[in-house]
Design a protein around this ligand. Structure first.
Ligand code: ADP
Ligand code: ASP
Ligand code: MG
Length: 393
């Protein structure tokens, strides 16, 4: 019997009513003759609530204990979904990451899945059960609970789909697919029917949170058929497939809540070493004649400031806008012109093979995304982009 992995995000399991709806979707797929393995996120808002509780205790909470706390969210939704399926007459068993034998490294709060012992899940599936696994969590070699980084349930789903050779990994969320930009920011965003892996990877890396970056990377590396769909309405969603980026401009990703930390040029090496020691990802190093700065996520800034505060000369909140596509390198000058006409100042830019990343003021990033989307995507109307109304859940 073919196996389908279905992952439901926070909004999709955000209430008892939504959980009931999800249960009906699962039953439909089961009755079509599939084995079903479900991965659930915490109910919407729950992980943020838990993070907030921890931050009231300590601005930089103990990483191990934070993982113990955060995994509680997924445990609530998996049990409620299993109970709902029972009520509807189906056999279902929920499993934590520990029970599902999802082994990770020991990098608390941002762990990587190393291997999955699929025997316990297989035994339940073979027993005709619907298996529900808590997303975002695993266990390290010491037996401690770990989490995979915010948004990590997508990665749990893909890793399980790969390990169990599922027919498809379906990521159900609150929009009906991957769009050319976050449709909440750019109303003109276009839904993409298919999207190649390199473009999806770059979009996810640069802030398109519709898919967790390691999820995309794992699916690409292990050939896992990956589809993003809405749990609120019917549709084919977006199929992520293909190794080559063929679009001139595929899309725009936005990353808010970033910090630009300025230091003396002589302190840069020490600053970078501190980031490495603390496991802080440096998004970019800015070395200009009159200033040296690094870009990191705002929450990581708290950790860094604890050990490096006196050497940070200036700290500014910024947002990043990344244009992804083969032509991204060729639009630097025209982007600068378009934005400056609208009084939007680019603080800094950097180029990668298939992307142009702009550092902007948080108050201007949404306007900038709309301007650049109009110029490079809406105006070009690539045939692979099907324009339709955006449907939010
Ligand atoms: P879930 O809780 O289901 O995991 P997320 O909130 O993590 O959902 O991801 C879905 C959200 O991602 C959408 O509501 C949308 O606002 C945002 N998003 C950002 N970029 C994109 C994009 N390019 N296409 C679709 N959604 C995007
Ligand atoms: N609940 C976790 C989060 O909010 C994981 C996820 O939703 O994927 O980040
Ligand atoms: Mg998500």
């Amino acid at each position: 019997m073919p196996l389908i992995v279905q992952k439901f995000g926070g909004t999709s399991v955000g209430s008892i009513e939504r959980i009931h709806h999800v249960a009906e979707k699962i039953i439909e797929a089961k009755n079509e003759g599939n084995q079903i393995l479900v991965v659930v996120s915490a109910m919407s808002g729950e992980t943020n609530r838990l993070v907030n509780l921890a931050s009231q205790v300590d601005s930089v909470p103990n990483a191990r204990e934070l993982d113990v706390l955060l995994t509680a969210g997924e445990q609530v939704s998996m049990a409620l979904l299993a109970m709902t399926l029972h009520k509807l007459g189906y056999e279902a068993t929920s499993m934590t990451g520990y029970q599902a034998k999802i082994h990770t490294d020991s990098n608390h709060n941002n762990a990587t899945i190393e291997r999955i012992d699929t025997a316990p899940i297989k035994a339940l599936l073979d027993d005709d059960q619907i298996v529900i696994v808590a997303g975002f969590q695993g266990v390290n070699a010491k037996g401690d609970i770990t989490t995979l980084g915010r948004g990590g349930s997508d990665t749990t789903a893909v890793a399980l789909a790969g390990a169990l050779q599922a027919k498809e990994c379906q990521i159900y969320t609150d929009v009906d697919g991957v769009y050319s930009c976050d449709p909440r920011v750019v109303k003109q965003s276009k839904k993409l029917d298919t999207l190649d892996f390199p473009s999806m990877e770059e979009m996810a890396r640069r802030g398109a949170k519709v898919l967790h970056l390691p999820c995309v990377q794992h699916a690409w590396r292990h050939n896992v058929p990956l589809r993003v769909l809405s749990s609120f309405e019917e549709g084919e969603g977006t199929l992520i497939a293909g190794n080559d980026c063929l679009n001139e401009i595929t899309g725009i990703a936005i990353q808010n809540c970033m910090l630009e930390l300025e230091c003396l040029p002589t302190d840069l090496d020490t600053l970078l070493r501190q980031c490495q020691l603390l496991g802080i990802e440096v998004w970019s190093v800015i070395e200009e004649t009159e200033r040296v700065a690094i870009l990191i996520k705002q929450d990581a800034g708290l950790k860094l400031k604890l050990v490096f505060d006196e050497k940070i000369r200036n700290s500014e909140q910024v947002s990043l806008l990344t244009v992804v596509g083969n032509r991204a390198q060729g639009i630097v000058v025209s982007s600068q012109e378009l934005l400056s006409k609208n009084d939007i100042d680019i603080r800094h830019y950097s180029l990668a093979q298939q992307s142009l990343m702009l550092v902007l003021s948080p108050t201007q990033v949404d306007t900038a995304a709309n301007i650049l989307h109009d110029a490079y995507i809406t105006a070009c109307g690539e045939s692979s982009h099907i324009q339709k109304e955006v449907h939010f859940g």
